[in-house]
Ligand binder design. Structure first.
Ligand code: GAR
Length: 210
């Protein structure tokens, strides 16, 4: 059987990308990353990809890029698209073409705090818990069915940096886990719901990492 093929989209540091690469090297994830795409020339994650011999592509999302990107991606026979700190919204035509094959990591306990500045928002609204979610992607921003979440309790003296760092640690656990479930065919997105081993998930799986 041919090996599972993924494409990863990034915009910045790429620490989740590096963690996925490490999980492939340790054979926890039995897949290849065939391409890393960034909307930012200066993304540090591009260097991480190159250092690991992974092909990279920079796209200019201020331009009419989508037809060209879709055309190019036809050459890659991709099984899974992983949005790993990708800060742009992919157009509907893209999301529909790859429906059921796109997952995203988001730094909040969705449906709380979609969009940007999630740590700040969680602190400002005096939440008891904050965390991260891995979800299937739909055309609604951060709105697709959630697969797995991990949470951390907000402390009295917490600040954005401390919270961000704990949430990153959670991401390093839950993202490879969700990717593994996808690679091993446990999870599917059908009719805007997430199925695990053919049973609908009524609520996200909670990963106990704290
Ligand atoms: C991660 O915390 C990820 O959840 C977030 O960007 C960060 C990327 O970090 N993604 C989003 O906010 C998407 N809405 P990394 O580049 O070090 O992996």
């Amino acid at each position: 059987m041919s090996r599972f093929r993924s494409i990863i989209f990034i915009s910045g540091n790429g620490s989740n990308l590096q963690n996925i690469i490490d999980n492939i090297k340790s054979d926890y994830l039995k897949m290849d990353i065939v391409l890393v795409i960034s909307d930012n020339y200066e993304a540090k994650g591009l260097k991480k990809a190159k250092e690991n011999g992974i092909e990279t592509l920079v796209i200019n999302t201020s331009d009419k890029y989508i037809d060209e990107l879709l055309h190019l991606m036809n050459n890659y026979k991709v099984d899974l698209i992983i949005l790993s700190g990708f800060m742009k919204i992919l157009p509907k035509v893209f999301v529909e073409k790859y429906y059921g094959k796109i997952i995203n990591i988001h730094p909040s306990l969705l449906p709380k705090f979609k969009g940007l500045n999630t740590h700040k928002k969680a602190l400002a609204s005096k939440e008891r818990y904050h965390g991260a979610s891995v979800h299937f992607v739909t055309s609604e921003l951060d709105g697709g069915p959630v697969i797995v979440q991990g949470k951390t309790e907000i402390q009295e003296n917490d600040n954005e940096d401390a919270l961000k760092s704990r949430v990153h640690q959670i991401e390093y656990n839950i993202f490879p886990l969700a990717i593994k479930w996808f690679v091993e065919n446990h999870i599917k997105q059908i009719d805007n719901k997430c199925f695990f081993d053919n049973e609908v998930l009524e609520c996200p799986i909670e990963h106990l990492s704290d």
